[in-house]
Design a protein around this ligand. Sequence first.
Ligand SMILES: [Mg+2]
Length: 363
Amino acid sequence: MFPIKMEDNLDLMVKWNNKEFDISYIRSNDCVGALKELIFDVTGVRPERQKLLNLKYEGKMPKNELKLSDLNLQKGFKILMMGSLEKDIETASTQPTDLPEVVDDLDVEDVKLDNQEIHFAKVQRRIKEYQINILNEPREGKKLLVLDIDYTLFDHRSVAETGNELMRPYLHEFLTDAYHNYDIVIWSATNMKWIEEKMKLLGVASHSEYRIAFYLDIHAMISVHTPKYGLTQIKPLAVIWGKFPCYTPANTIMFDDIRRNFMMNPRNGLRIRPFRKAHTNRATDHELLKLMKYLRKLALYDDLTEFNHHKWEKYVKRRDENRKRKRDEYSNDTRERRDDDKNSSGDGRGAGTSSDFTECTTP
Ligand SMILES: [Mg+2]
């Protein structure tokens, strides 16, 4: 499935906290930075916190750009590491407060991912090892909608007495409408307990009109390194596609307020406007209502990657204009018929049928 060449795999190991971890899929022509990413992937210790004690180049710690071939590592070499975990990610009972506030998002078009094979290998590992608790089985023939939480469905920074005050307007209407055509998955860069708490708080977990298929948390994400922006966590949709063959690039769309989260799947991602300052903005935020229309339109097509989701508002606007034009035409036509009926009674023509209108209003 993925283009991994195994022949020059170094099969390194890392020893940390009295445990040993396999570092697969690393080759001699990969760089030290890529190795640190893989170590982060299996241990959770961020690259900047890793001290690789017995990895030296000319007596010093090697720089991230240096190729492993320059270090003359033997196949199966065991690296000794010191380093601390980011404990905040593991704290389940309280809201994480020190996650970075992302205002300036990455320009995905501008970002080139290096070490593609390593990223594919990480995705493979997630497919194999990440456990999904299925809440509701995939439904035959449905597409897939993957939703972020923070700033997409919920303003997680403002203070309020109830979750409803921070919930994005029209959330339940949106999910109810989307559920007709899409299975719904929630994917948030926090831990599972926090996701479950939020979904309960918002009434999403127990709503009678729609069901959530499953939740994904930060552990289903992978770390990638981009030359321009350094290390960052992203949400590769291939984790879902690998686990559920019924979901594919053709039938999946993901909404997230951070564009870099769909860096590996730009044709399947839609960057939603972030919902911040709930108390000020809730009266004017109609994003979910508009996106509801877009999802209805997409549901009619077999391949969602044919759409440029970056321009979703234009599609919705054009759809609204078409509907208005057709309604106007229908009204004019009806008026003319009424006038005709007045002038020539008993000719058998009615005043239009409901099916005429349905045809005009179908997305
Ligand atoms: Mg978000």
